[in-house]
Design a binder for this molecule. Structure first.
Ligand SMILES: [Zn+2]
Length: 342
């Protein structure tokens, strides 16, 4: 049996389809923003920021840091700097396809122009596609605890931005905050307007949250969904309907959603044929990169090269790209995977 090295993983082409722009802010970047905007963080050093804000007692403690980061993203330029860092990350990790999640309701909450910021982001995103050799598509997220009106506005903005690379609308945030039925009409509208539906569910909530995401909102893909491992029928449904789960091992460990990677349900889901992918969720906030995430999975679950290739290709299969584009990208990935093995 061949040992899978970090160098081998690094060279593999990769897709990352669950990554939040706001969550890619590192302790160093947060400090830079703190200094720029002269906030309470300005006098700290990166180690202090790391110790104070980048270790989490639980999911809600993590959300506090998320809010702190969002409070520091005060202008379009701040978002663009974050995106440029992300472009460098994609190139470093050999990520050739990415679906990035952006939440326009965060700038709205601070009285800023979310549509204008999105416009700037999409323009920069197109430039990065050229300079970093990565194809980038966008999911606009409605925060579950922000309510229906914000979700309607987000969906409308996504629809207006389709030609610039927005492919879906998501629902993230605190899955225990508001029942999904509140969003049924909004997501009916989303699907009728040919946008994909992405729902964070079954991360810390019950398997019933995943069922609701599928049956009430018509989710095309589930963020996390790890609690599906407690429901055999649900695993069968996900497999039969080709509904992908975006798995984020380090995120789950750090938010304590699933504290031990060695006991993570990833191998069970994988064996049952549930379409699973590996992602970082928030590479800055969890201080992890996609290569490391793959290495952790290889070591913890004794994955073989073929398993790794299957998971990577699943990232394209589960993506929100049109069929033709999916097929040609899949071929490109297969060729690169094969070349890597020679
Ligand atoms: Zn997420």
């Amino acid at each position: 049996m061949k040992k899978i090295t970090e160098a081998y993983i690094q060279r593999l082409p990769k897709a990352e389809i669950h990554i939040h722009l706001e969550g890619s802010v590192t302790p160093e970047a947060l400090l830079r923003l703190g200094k720029k905007h002269k906030t309470e963080l300005a006098g700290m050093n990166p180690e202090q920021i790391r110790e104070e804000f980048f270790e989490y007692r639980d999911f809600y403690d993590f959300l506090e840091t998320y809010k702190l980061v969002c409070r520091h993203l005060q202008s379009a330029e701040d978002y663009l700097d974050t995106l440029r860092d992300l472009g460098r990350y994609f190139q470093r990790e050999n990520i050739l396809y990415a679906e990035v999640i952006f939440t326009p309701s965060i700038p709205w909450k601070f009285g800023r122009d979310g549509a204008e910021i999105l416009g700037a982001i999409l323009e920069e995103s197109a430039k990065l596609e050229e300079s970093r050799g990565v194809r980038i598509r966008w999911i606009l997220d409605c925060v579950r605890q922000f309510g229906r009106e914000v979700a309607e506005r987000t969906a409308e903005l996504a629809w207006q931005s389709r030609a610039q690379g927005v492919v879906g609308v998501g629902l993230g945030g605190d899955e225990k905050a508001v029942p999904l039925s509140e969003y049924e009409e909004v997501f009916n509208w989303v699907r009728a307007h040919e946008l994909f539906v992405h729902v964070h569910a079954g991360e810390i909530g019950e398997p019933s949250e995943i069922w609701d995401a599928l049956q009430i909102l018509g989710a095309n893909r589930i963020g996390h969904g790890i609690q599906a491992s407690r429901d055999s029928k649900l695993m069968g449904y996900l497999r039969d309907h080709a509904i992908g789960l975006d798995i984020c091992l380090t995120s789950n460990a750090k938010t304590k959603a699933w504290p031990l990677i060695s006991e993570h349900p990833f191998p069970l889901l994988f064996e049952r044929g549930v379409p699973v992918t590996l992602n970082t969720d928030d590479p800055g906030l969890f201080e992890v990169d996609l290569g490391t995430e793959y290495k952790k999975a290889v070591d913890a679950f004794e994955l073989q090269e073929d398993d790794l290739h299957r998971i990577i290709l699943q990232g394209i299969r589960s993506s929100f790209l049109p069929h033709d584009e999916k097929m040609s990208l899949m071929q490109l990935f297969r060729d690169k995977i094969q070349a890597n093995g020679e």
